[in-house]
Design a protein around this ligand. Structure first.
Ligand SMILES: Cc1ncc(COP(=O)(O)O)c(C=O)c1O
Length: 504
């Protein structure tokens, strides 16, 4: 067995910067294939993540992620002082691995189709599952800092149960056959009034389509507006739910960088010509938490007008605005009808409700409704009715007021604790809105190592780079503040400080 690390030279491993598959995944697949084919023998030493990164011209993050996946699946082993070596495969592992490798090729040598699922669906298998990013972990420990989930313990379940029961008793029989594909009209009226007042969205109830959360809306938009191979801008780093919806529609993703003003429209223009749409989170960019500047909003609208492209505005948590100038929705600024606005009740109420909506420019309405007919026909009606009552009777406004106050206190507590415990080390970005914030790390500090140590200590933290397709100039940690009490947040920051300082 050679003691020297094997050399992995640039020409042998070529990673495609423009592919839809993330670089770490391409590298992982390539190395796994070599191990399975016996080209990398059991016991062979692999170069360090740093050396391999510089050989391949990719970030260390990319090589570390690929190695981590291979370690996890038992293809390689790592020992202190002995580096990383190719593991001896178990027979079962070989069979399993060769089956999954087969799934990636749609045809065999004779041209017969062998893949079990479509290429598009295989891309989805390789896209991070938003559900894994927000694991529904019970218990205080793992809920600490988790991102994107409301504190569901404050939801008025008694009131909700009463409204649902009343509708089930009094109204359900009358509406138990097929209904309007667009959704329950009184709920659409209530939503149009709510987003008109609070978000400056210009629309009539006829433009609203109720969907299964924002994900249902993203899916509908991608199916209706894109043909396979069409180019679509996504924010990088960005929300995997948007990425998945686009991949499912066969789109080719153009990852456009995010800076402190939001999506870099000029960079997007240079990266691609002819993109059909852009999915953006202007109020509170996911995951960097920046609010898109007015200049960028105008530049994006101008791009859409000039190129006759669509802007999909995912306004997932903007109800929670704590400071700064309340910028209205991009849709309200748009005079040319190029913006599709998406909202959800997942953050304001609770995510298993699966109720969201999109506001369609009038010319798209017919297409959206036709597609909907062949997806899910329409949403179940009972919850839509109960939600319409919840809004009409003032429970929604009351709940929102209460949660805004609660999250504002939690946000302030988290910022104070971070400044106190870690202000000398980290750059704490104060968000104007939303349910999470970002702390940026100094150059050279590995977000991945910190995330690992934090998870070992019971914290649920993710890094910005977990959501990016391209290497980032700077990495950071994402800290949710909505689902833990102020005392828990303070204790959590002390634990985080230990996790950070012990490896510093
Ligand atoms: C950027 C973004 N959009 C949308 C959503 C909400 O998704 P849904 O309404 O499908 O639950 C989330 C949830 O975490 C999100 O982070």
């Amino acid at each position: 067995m050679s003691k020297r690390a094997i050399s992995i030279k640039k020409p042998e491993i070529v990673l495609d910067q423009n592919a839809q598959v993330p670089l770490y995944r391409q590298l992982y697949e390539r190395l796994r294939a070599e191990i399975l084919a016996g080209q990398l023998e059991a016991g062979a030493r692999l170069p360090s993540t740093r050396v391999l990164a510089s050989t391949l011209g990719v970030s260390r993050n990319t090589t570390a992620l690929a190695y981590e996946q291979l370690l996890l699946e038992g293809y390689i082993e790592s020992r202190v002082g002995d580096g990383t070596r190719v593991a001896r495969l178990q027979p079962g592992q070989q069979v399993q691995a060769s089956r999954s490798a087969q799934g990636q090729h749609a045809t065999d040598v004779a041209g017969t189709r062998t893949a079990v699922i479509s290429r598009r669906s295989q891309l989805l298998v390789d896209t991070p599952d938003p559900g894994e990013i927000y694991p529904n972990q019970a218990g205080a420990g793992m809920s600490m800092f988790r991102t994107g989930l409301p504190d569901a313990t404050y939801f008025p379940y008694e009131i909700w149960a009463r409204l649902v029961a009343r509708r089930a008793r009094q109204s359900l029989q009358a509406v138990s056959l097929y209904q309007n594909a667009q959704g329950y009209a009184p709920l659409r009226e209530a939503i149009a009034a709510h987003i008109g007042i609070t978000r400056g969205v210009h629309c009539s109830p006829e433009q609203i389509i109720l969907t299964a959360g924002s994900q249902g809306a993203l899916d509908l938009v991608a199916r209706v507006l894109l043909d396979p191979g069409d180019l679509a801008w996504i924010e990088d780093p960005g929300y995997p739910g948007a990425r998945g919806a686009l991949l499912a529609a066969g789109a080719k993703l153009i990852p456009v960088p995010i800076d402190k003003e939001g999506i870099d429209v000029e960079a997007g223009r240079q990266l691609s010509q002819g993109a059909r749409l852009a999915i953006v989170t202007p109020s509170h960019q996911f995951p960097t938490a920046v609010t898109m500047s007015l200049g960028r909003r105008l530049a994006l609208l101008e791009w859409a007008r000039e190129t006759r492209s669509w802007i999909v505005e995912d306004d997932y948590d903007s109800e929670y605005r704590f400071s700064g100038r309340p910028l209205e929705a991009l849709q309200g600024l748009d005079s040319t009808g190029r913006v599709i606005y998406i909202g959800t009740f997942s953050k304001v109420l609770f995510p298993s409700l699966r109720l969201g909506y999109l506001v369609a420019p009038p010319e798209l309405l017919k297409g959206f409704l036709a597609a909907r007919r062949f997806i899910d026909v329409h949403l179940p009606l009972l919850e839509q009715m109960a939600l319409a009552d919840f809004l009409a009777e003032g429970h929604f406004a009351r709940h929102l007021r209460k949660m805004r106050q609660l999250y504002s206190e939690r946000r302030n507590t988290l910022i104070d604790a971070l400044m106190r415990e870690l202000g000398d080390m980290l750059d704490v970005a104060v968000p104007e809105a939303g349910m999470h914030l970002v702390v940026w790390l100094p150059p050279g500090m590995s977000a991945q190592a910190i995330v690992k140590r934090a998870i070992e200590r019971g914290l649920h933290i993710s890094s910005i780079s977990q959501f990016s397709l391209r290497p980032l100039p700077r990495d950071g940690l994402i800290l949710g503040f909505a689902s833990a009490s102020t005392e828990e947040l303070q204790a959590g920051v002390r634990t985080l400080a230990l996790a950070l300082r012990c490896g510093a």
